[in-house]
Design a binder for this molecule. Structure first.
Ligand code: VGL
Ligand code: ZN
Length: 204
């Protein structure tokens, strides 16, 4: 049994959003297509309270895209994004949400960030995604969405570590790319962790 995990395909990560990933919306048609190749479709949703500690605005003198600390971990400060209940936190309007069996919110605790769809960044709490997939009899996961160098990377590495046969569909992902090498390095880190990479056309 194969699941497709849609990672954070939300307005704030698309053009015009608060934390826009270059061409983020380009993943939507590919994501919709991949749904037809999976037995089960799930989605993660970055879902922060307004006082979330990953937001630069919540740190005195905090500057977006610089380093700080949160929950005892190094933390990149982000522009406020994906605030619970806002339009920016909604899935992209062209995403075929009818096929999504379950949504896993993450980043809800103001005191810690959560890039992975499975665990927070300190691995303190699970979202329930791993157990849920196991309960459905899922052996294989396909992963697509946003952003390659943060939430896709963390979700894929955790999926592989949990024992799922994990493939990221590279052309159905887009990255932030704060540094030019970040996206390539993220792909290398995923491959090193046992994640397979494929193009959408190679998935059958
Ligand atoms: C993400 C930065 C902050 C992501 C979420 O979805 O990759 N990146 N929050
Ligand atoms: Zn976030």
């Amino acid at each position: 049994m194969r699941a497709l995990i849609l990672v954070d395909i939300q307005n704030d990560f698309c053009t015009g959003g608060a934390l826009a990933v270059p061409n983020g919306e380009a993943v939507v048609p590919a994501a919709n297509h991949l749904m037809s190749l999976a037995d089960v479709v799930v989605a993660t949703q970055d879902w922060h309270p307004a006082d979330h500690g990953s937001f630069a605005v919540n740190h005195p003198g905090g500057v977006p895209f610089t380093m700080a600390e949160l929950g005892g971990l190094p933390q990149i400060l982000w522009p406020a994004h994906c605030v619970q209940g806002t339009a920016g936190a909604r899935f992209h309007p062209d995403l075929d949400t009818q096929r999504i069996a379950k949504v896993f919110p993450k980043g809800t605790d103001p005191g810690i960030d959560s890039y992975s769809g499975f665990f927070d960044n300190g691995r303190r709490k699970a979202t329930g995604l791993g157990d849920w997939l196991q309960a459905q009899g899922i052996s294989d996961v396909l992963i697509c969405g946003l952003a390659t160098d943060y939430c896709v990377k963390a979700t894929a590495i955790d999926a592989a570590q949990l024992g799922f046969i994990t493939t990221i569909v590279t052309d159905a992902c887009r990255g932030v790319g704060l540094k030019p090498d970040d996206i390539g390095e993220a792909l290398d880190a995923m491959r090193t962790a046992g994640v397979r990479t494929a193009m959408a056309k190679e998935i059958v």
